[in-house]
Write a protein that binds this ligand. Structure first.
Ligand code: FAD
Length: 497
């Protein structure tokens, strides 16, 4: 009977959870570096692309340049360095289809639980079918979470007093109605993050007027939508040669801005302020609306391509109000200052709800894994959780830089396990390494949920670096054995039909 059950349970060497930018990239690395491994991707939604398929609000775009948000193995060839959502989605789809990864994706499959058995050296994964409600199981030798970092079913919206009184529409950008008609309407966008600064100029042309209502300002930096250096380099070099050059140029530039911001915050504050002042009308209250109380890179900088936000302000199509909400009213929002903002549509660009590992429950040898008791290993595995890796990008650089390195590292670890004939790899904690919060980042959405995340450690390999050059060395060239316990004897695996 046991033998029959085992035959019926499908098994793969590597199970990737999530078909977003990271999951598709991970599959591509596996395909190229470990063609001997069987793999599948399970995706909870009915489409691939993750973030770039889910978000449909006007103007949806990256705020990183695509030379670093793109994969290392696939040159970004569009003219725009700051790309719009549909172009990024096309790029991810193309990556999946050109080598047949799309045929390896099972849609409407949400992984809800994964149980590791040391005796069998495998994970048993419980999957909920989001289309039929059915529950199924499969097993894998290695589990790879590419689940992103936030909840897909609900965005973050604070409790606004009087919300039920408002007679117009209230919309969260995560659930943008396809047919929303905002032409000529008065729109208030609550928020000051990347989504708010994207939405305001994108709606400004058609809406009657757009007001960005923020409680406190953010650093806003204008960058050219098309990178002039990239244009010049691509005129003389083929894509294959130009891409790595441009990628490194942008890594170096972003890293330098980050490091300068941390070391010389006063200097960078003043540079960012000058950048804004040059683009807003004479006499504009720059300090009220664009002078944050925190230092640059305590939170993510907001990038606006070719100053589009400032253009909308100059044209009088958009304005910024910095105040706190007293209450929603029938006609809009009353502010603490007593001012009332009238609105037909209120957009709550108030952020995301963080969610670790797509909400999967992890269990190791019958013991549930309580994430805050674990420590992140090289920011891609967890202490005492065997044969499990996750893709989590940088907060100060493009996500894909780290996701790509993580995939390379997973392939190297699997190579090592195959070479040495071991079945499992478990990051094992060092008693001398102190626990520290997972991220040193002051953004509200991070602070709200930090207690549900693993810890990081005070020393390598338990430190979470936000430093690409360092990670590159550690993950591409460094050992895969440090802090790792290997055990069990590797056996063959069956490839699904
Ligand atoms: C609006 C917006 C703009 C952004 N812009 C940038 C930017 O410019 N630069 C940058 O570096 N980062 C940006 N980010 C962060 C962005 O999410 C990453 O760049 C990148 O898209 C993450 O890819 P991912 O595949 O890791 O995660 P996601 O895109 O979130 O994809 C995860 C996938 O996993 C699936 N999944 C989750 N849980 C489960 C489960 N339990 N079972 C099965 N499937 C599951 C989801 O359905 C989803 O398809 C942005 C984020 C947002 C929301």
């Amino acid at each position: 009977m046991a033998a029959t059950l085992e035959r019926e349970t499908e098994h793969v060497d590597v199970l990737i959870v999530g078909a977003g930018l990271s999951g598709i990239g991970a599959a591509r690395h596996l395909q190229e570096r470990r063609p001997q491994d069987s793999f599948l991707i399970l995706e909870a939604r009915s489409a691939l692309g993750g973030t770039w398929d889910l978000f449909r609000y006007p103007g949806i775009r990256s705020d990183s340049d695509m030379y670093t948000l793109g994969y290392r193995f696939k040159p970004w060839t569009d003219a725009k360095a700051i790309a719009d959502g549909p172009a990024i989605l096309r790029y991810v789809r193309e990556t999946a289809s050109e080598t047949g990864i799309d045929a390896r994706i099972r849609y409407d499959h949400r992984v809800v639980r994964a149980e590791w058995s040391s005796d069998d050296a495998r994970w048993t994964v419980t999957v909920e079918r989001t289309d039929t409600g059915e529950t199924t199981q499969l097993t894998c030798g290695f589990l790879y979470g590419c689940t992103g970092y936030y909840r897909y079913d609900a965005g973050y919206t604070p409790e606004f007093p009087g919300r039920e009184r408002f007679q117009g529409q209230v919309i969260h950008p995560q659930f943008w109605p396809e047919d929303l008609d905002y032409a000529g309407k008065r729109v208030v966008v609550i928020g000051s993050g990347a989504t708010a600064v994207t939405l305001v100029p994108a709606m400004a042309g058609d809406a009657g007027h757009v007001t960005m209502l923020q409680r406190s300002p953010t650093y806003v930096v204008s960058v050219p939508e098309q990178d002039p250096i990239a244009r010049a380099v691509r005129r003389v070099l083929p894509d294959k040669a130009a891409y790595p050059l441009l990628r490194w140029k942008n890594v170096a530039l972003s890293s330098a801005i980050y490091k300068l911001s941390r070391r010389h915050p006063k200097l960078m504050r003043s540079l960012f302020r000058k950048g804004v002042q040059r683009q807003v009308p004479e006499g504009y209250a720059v300090d009220t609306h664009f002078k944050p109380t925190y230092d640059p890179w305590d939170q993510r900088l907001c990038v606006v391509p070719s100053g589009d936000l400032f253009k909308a302000i100059r044209r009088g199509q958009a304005s910024i109000v910095t105040d706190t909400i007293d209450t929603f009213t029938e006609r809009g929002i009353r502010l603490a200052s007593g001012q009332e903002l009238e609105a037909d549509i209120i957009v709550t660009a108030t952020g995301l709800n963080l969610l670790a590992f797509g909400g999967m429950d992890l269990v190791v040898d019958g013991r549930p894994v309580h994430l805050p008791d674990t420590m992140a290993y090289k920011s891609l595995m967890l202490s005492d959780v065997p044969n499990f890796a996750y893709a989590l990008g940088y907060t100060n650089l493009s996500w894909t830089l780290k996701a790509d390195l993580t995939a390379e590292y997973v392939c190297r670890l699997l190579d090592h396990m195959e070479r040495t004939g071991v079945a499992s790899a478990t990051p094992t904690r060092d008693a001398d390494v102190r626990e520290e919060p997972f991220l040193d980042f002051q953004a509200g959405y991070v602070l709200r949920s930090l207690d549900q995340f693993p810890k990081q450690g005070s020393a390598a390999p338990w430190r979470v670096h936000m430093d690409y050059a360092r990670d590159l060395w550690m993950l591409r060239r460094g050992p895969v054995t440090d802090g790792m316990r290997f055990s069990g004897v590797r056996s063959g695996s069956r490839v699904p039909a």
